[in-house]
Design a protein around this ligand. Structure first.
Ligand SMILES: Cc1cc2nc3c(=O)[nH]c(=O)nc-3n(C[C@H](O)[C@H](O)[C@H](O)COP(=O)(O)O)c2cc1C
Length: 346
């Protein structure tokens, strides 16, 4: 049997799979169902103090697209290449109710040797800090701070898409000073500076960095000549996996192997978890595929990861960064004179 356990900073996880936050983590039943499927942790749907964030959820729309950019039915058996375009919002619950529910879920998770992780999206920093304190006081064991949502330019003041390392330092320091529990910082992928944003988060006391949030997109419908869902959307999908792995590998190179990175964006199965770990992730979040297809996705990803590890005769923790550390520079590549000619059609 391969060992699946990993550590993320101070936190030991029974396996590297984390069910990431989205709408299927709003209700307690959704979180419990995910926990029962066996991941090391589940991140609950994020909250902040903004009524407009809740309002945004009630205006949210979701669509599934195929590789021809056509809308396809939202079903569990959608093709593996199906991906989501959305306008989402924040959890509809009041903070007190969300906190009570999340604290109880983390107690339930503890009994399953797992974690239910609280998630805050920054809007007003003073309010974030006050909520972070309450989260710690309620007994929650980990806080994920999302400063990298795709939507800040579209929903000003409601959510954060932090692009400046100095602002990351300021925000993470403020939250870090308020609480002692592990603080994981989720950053945007909408930047050339992902490793610098991660460095700023670590320097300010972030214990792990989750990279990298979904991107903004705009998809015209050729039939109606309208934008799908009327506007700019949050997009992500299997096609984002190489970008996630790129950011992981260059961040590992820049920050060193001891800074725990957590992958998000594009993982669909156990082999994708392995790919992201080989690129430098200590753990991997999977969100939209679980929202679409249900919690079996989590258990089957764990089975697939375990089979891969057994086949390779390696433990999960030993995957971290193996491919990243073997990355060469373009200058290291051998001369291949006229190789390009084999790749030109006709
Ligand atoms: C509909 C939807 C809602 C989401 N809500 C949240 C959220 O509340 N908090 C958060 O941190 N991330 C949220 N995310 C982002 C996911 O956690 C994840 O980072 C992203 O979808 C990329 O990973 P994936 O390819 O596994 O879906 C949401 C994503 C989607 C598609």
């Amino acid at each position: 049997m391969a060992r699946l356990d990993v550590t993320v900073g101070r936190t030991a996880l029974k396996n590297p799979l984390i069910a990431g936050a989205a709408e299927h983590m709003i209700e307690a039943g959704g979180v419990l169902g995910a926990l029962r499927a066996g991941p090391g942790a589940v991140v609950v749907k994020s909250i902040n103090e903004m009524e407009r964030g809740k309002d945004q959820l009630q205006r949210a729309e979701y669509m599934l697209l195929d590789e021809q950019w056509r809308e396809i039915p939202w079903t569990k058996d959608a093709p593996a290449t199906a991906f989501m375009a959305t306008r989402s919002g924040l959890t509809p619950q009041a903070f007190d109710a969300w906190l009570e529910q999340t604290a109880k879920l983390d107690r339930d998770a503890k009994a399953m040797d797992a974690y239910a992780i609280a998630s805050l999206i920054v809007a007003d920093l003073d309010k974030t800090v006050a909520m972070a304190r309450q989260i710690e006081q309620a007994g929650l064991r980990i806080l994920e701070l999302n400063i990298g949502t795709p939507y800040a330019s579209q929903a000003k003041g409601v959510v954060a898409t932090e692009l400046d390392p100095a602002r990351v330092t300021m925000i993470v320091s403020a939250v870090r000073q308020a609480i002692k529990i592990p603080l994981w910082v989720k950053i945007t992928g909408q930047s050339e500076r992902v490793p610098e944003l991660a460095a700023a988060a670590f320097a300010a006391g972030g214990e792990a960095v989750v990279m990298a949030g979904r991107l903004l997109g705009f998809i015209p419908d050729v039939e109606t000549m309208q934008p799908f869902l009327g506007t700019t959307l949050g997009v992500g999908g299997y096609w984002n996996l190489p970008l996630t792995c790129h950011w992981l590998s260059v961040s590992r190179q820049a920050l060193g192997p001891d800074k725990p990175l957590i992958a998000t964006n594009g993982a669909r199965n156990g082999l994708d978890v392995a790919r992201m770990m080989l690129a430098g992730a200590h753990a991997v979040e999977m969100a939209s595929n679980v929202m679409l297809r249900g919690t079996d996705t989590l258990s089957s990803a764990l089975t697939e990861l375990d089979a891969y590890l057994q086949q390779k005769n390696i433990n999960a923790a030993d995957l971290v960064g193996v491919a990243a550390d073997r990355r060469k520079t373009f200058a290291d590549m051998p001369l291949r004179t006229d190789n390009w000619k084999k790749y030109v059609a006709g």
